[in-house]
Design a protein around this ligand. Sequence first.
Ligand code: IFM
Length: 455
Amino acid sequence: MSTRPEPAVPSSSSSPAFPDDFIWGAATSSFQIEGSPHADGKSASIWDTFCREPGRIADGSNGDDACDHYVRYTEDVSLMRQLRLAAYRFSVAWTRVKPDGRGPTNEAGLDFYDRLVDRLLAAGITPYPTLYHWDLPQALSDGGGWLNRDTAHAFADYAAAVLDRLGDRVSTWTTLNEPFVSANHGYVTGEHAPGHTSMAEGFTASHHLLLAHGLAGARIRRLAPDARLAIVLNFTPVQPATDSDEDTAAAGRVDDLENRWYADPLAGFGYPDTTADHYGWDRAEVHDGDLALISAPIDLLGVNYYTRQIISAADGARVPDGAPCNTMGWEVHPPSLGALLRTLRDRYPFRSYLITENGAPMPDAARTDDGRIADDDRLAYIRDHLLQVHDAIADDCPVEGYLVWSLFDNFEWAHGYGPRFGIVEVDYATQRRTPKKSALWYADTIAHNRLAPTS
Ligand code: IFM
């Protein structure tokens, strides 16, 4: 989204209240926290394979142990309850449910999510499962992965198997997490599994991902007519570095590829033509009827927001000199979240939005006297973004809730375990979980439905 800069400090009161039905929660994903890569019939995903390729992961790590959530989920749900979370967004590992990607369902793998959902509901926490958060079965990747149209059909069958087991207890189904990252990092830059580097493949993968959403969405509507259907997109608002025609055009292309490429077809606007033509995409993958499937109405759009981008034609993306950044070098810029929500409100017909990810990796160096991580920077990040959400709601943006990324420190993909996004510290040697100062503040905020004081 191209957005205009806004003042850094919102004008509303310092401790505004949120709507009574505002949803407070946290998010994770299967590969990043579960561990237990071979338990109960699970097969390898593209990330299990990728982690074993030399040089792919910064610290040479993998997801074998991660946060051991597959084993410790009961303790983890108790912790969520202590933190007063009302919603928990997690993802289902396709490799646990359909080890070959398609074909017979592995009931033992589904048992885990069955137990997790029951535990969450018993704790008064609404489950928000995402069906795909990047861990494609290796067996499907061997057959072309997202370059193969059949993968989209396999995804719809897998989704139906999950619904068959959990559909009686889940009220909101999310198909994909961040298809831009799956297509771009997986097939264009090679930073993510399966590590390909082809712009043409990126276009093919992006369409098959959206097709997977459309096909699975149609199945979800049939199997669970009362449930809500959602997809989660990541948005990185874009501003040109100068008013020059070159910078404006470059920023527009980045905006199209990263922000509009998925939202536009979902909303029925089709793929951004100028940018498709600029890159010479011939749309050979787009069959008759695909765009109608993709644009079938959703009930909820999940919004993941972390940072903005300043784009110049000559240098690509850059961070303004002296701007505050997190430990991954991403600029901390809360006003762009408010601007993004207003842009979405004005541009699209989506009925409702949920902030499905927002958070920051911070140094986590300081500790309180009782040994807790004193992450005042993360706390400020969350608070400042929540202020933006609050003000956007006051401006008629239909945002129903906020899920912090992430509940736990976890496996941050190609960066390994270095960046720590959690509001709960995980000591990977002992698997001990300790809420950071930000987690206690968040619990206090949830308890009062307004931003808690900071100290
Ligand atoms: O950790 C990821 C998550 O899996 C998807 N959204 C962005 C997060 C931070 O990079």
